[in-house]
Design a protein around this ligand. Structure first.
Ligand code: PMP
Length: 439
């Protein structure tokens, strides 16, 4: 198996200080997490000295991979001059200008510290603007840990097959029951479901929260007619559209909504815009963003945060984003196209019951013969989840960290040889699978 004695040593220590030994639920700890010693471009080196091609990139954050020199140099320069102040710096303006220039839906912006916070403030801004409490959100999509945004993520067959159970599934035990009353869960790419559910909740809805290609819900492309229906119904009832682009902003120079023709009123961003440091941002229409304004006294929506717009995140983000030129996005996309095509070719060649979704620098492999078109079709039965676990372990043994249950992503540090290695590892897995009798 995979050598991990040093990792096991740290896991033992971790268990003494953290519940289950970890501090993020997303850490794969079967049989132990891989503790990382350092990153080098497209690669991770763990504490046992294993070298891994990193297709996780801290859950799609590191668009340039690890140790990107321009960011490292710019941040090193800052470290000696102070890393956070109660006062603003010029750095927040340059990053804001860059984002406003690129992302059509963003006219004004505010910085926060995480994607969770970005989504939270976008929802609060929609509420403050419309004076309504409720939100609609897509079944199965992940939007961070704000109660209203996470309600309706953990939908499973037991719930969708039972007409008496609401898909507004509580996110944790003890969640205030009132949260569920304020969340309407709609199915992705299902216009009839959208229209029916929005119509019945409309008078209390502040926004429709939508990630144009929700990763945890399958990384499935939106139907243009579905996005058009979202826009039409939002307009009809005076509901705002909040695009969660925390993950998918990396899909183009102008972001994901622009790529898919969605025109949101507010956008939540994060991940790549911090260049590897904590960040979040909420931006959008000037008149809606006025809810944050305090030039005539107390704002309708107060927003602060000790580390908001700290210069380290601002500078790292600006430098990382400046390097993401149109050409850099195009190169990343063609690497992604090559990998997706290579994976599909292997599936076809070996007649395997798998499919591939994703776009630009993102992909997901599904153990499904028919490519899923929504969360329910992408949902994994226990034996399928087990198979995906085996796929991840096989990749690990081939020196590749493939996220299990989340989007795999590329960085500008990767080469076509790295892409070929991904396809070869998958081809190898399929041929082993073919040769192994099913259990
Ligand atoms: N929204 C989406 C679409 C995300 O992918 C994530 C993070 N995976 C978040 C929100 C939350 O961001 P953070 O982890 O920075 O709080």
């Amino acid at each position: 198996g995979y050598p991990r004695s040093r990792s096991e040593h740290f896991f033992k220590k971790g268990r003494r200080v953290f519940p289950t030994g970890i501090t993020r639920v997303t850490v794969d700890h079967e049989p132990s997490p891989l503790y990382i010693s350092r990153g080098e471009g497209a690669y991770l080196i763990d504490v046992d000295g294993n070298r891994l091609l990193d297709l996780n990139n801290n859950f799609t954050t590191l668009i340039h991979g690890h140790g990107f020199l321009p960011v490292a140099d710019a941040v090193a320069d800052l470290l000696h001059r102070g890393t956070c102040f109660s006062n603003p710096t010029e750095h927040e303006i340059t990053l804001a200008e860059l984002l406003i220039e690129r992302i059509p839906a963003i006219e004004h912006i505010r910085f926060v510290n995480s994607g969770t916070e970005a989504v939270m403030f976008a929802i609060k801004a929609a509420r403050a603007f419309t004076c309504r409490p409720g939100i609609a959100r897509i079944e199965g999509a992940y939007h961070g840990a704000y109660d209203w945004a996470e309600t309706g993520q953990a939908v499973s067959p037991a719930i969708w097959n039972d007409p008496l159970r609401s898909p507004a599934v509580p996110a944790y035990r003890g969640m205030p029951p009132s949260v569920r009353d304020e969340v309407t869960v709609i199915r992705f790419n299902d216009i009839a479901d959208l229209e029916r559910r929005i119509a019945s909740a409309a008078p209390s809805l502040a926004c429709i929260l939508i990630d144009p290609m929700p990763s945890r819900a399958g990384l499935i492309a939106p139907e243009p007619s579905f996005l058009a229906a979202v826009e039409a119904i939002a307009k009809k009832y005076g509901i705002l559209i909040v695009a969660d682009e925390v993950l998918n902003l990396r899909q183009s120079h102008a972001g994901a909504s622009a790529r898919y023709g969605l025109h949101p009123d507010l956008v939540a961003a994060g991940k790549i815009i911090g260049g590897g440091f904590p960040i979040g941002a909420v931006g959008g229409r000037k008149d809606v963003m006025r809810v944050f304004a305090s030039d005539s006294g107390k704002p309708l929506l107060p927003q602060g945060g000790t580390f908001s717009a700290n210069p380290v995140s601002m500078v790292a983000g600006r430098v990382a984003m400046e390097a993401m030129t149109d050409g850099a996005f195009a190169a990343l996309e063609s690497l992604g196209d090559g990998i997706r095509a290579g994976l599909r070719k292997e599936i076809e060649r070996q007649g395997a019951a798998f499919s591939v979704t994703g776009a630009a620098s993102l992909f997901r492999i599904h153990p499904k013969g028919k490519q899923p078109t929504d969360f329910r079709e992408a949902y994994l039965a226990p034996e399928e989840a087990e198979l995906m676990g085996r796929l991840s372990r096989h990749f690990l043994n081939c020196g590749i960290l493939l996220p299990n249950g989340a989007a795999a992503c590329l960085s500008t540090a990767m080469t076509t040889a790295d892409g070929d290695a991904v396809v070869a590892a998958f081809a190898d897995f399929l041929s082993i699978l073919e040769a192994t009798p099913t259990e």
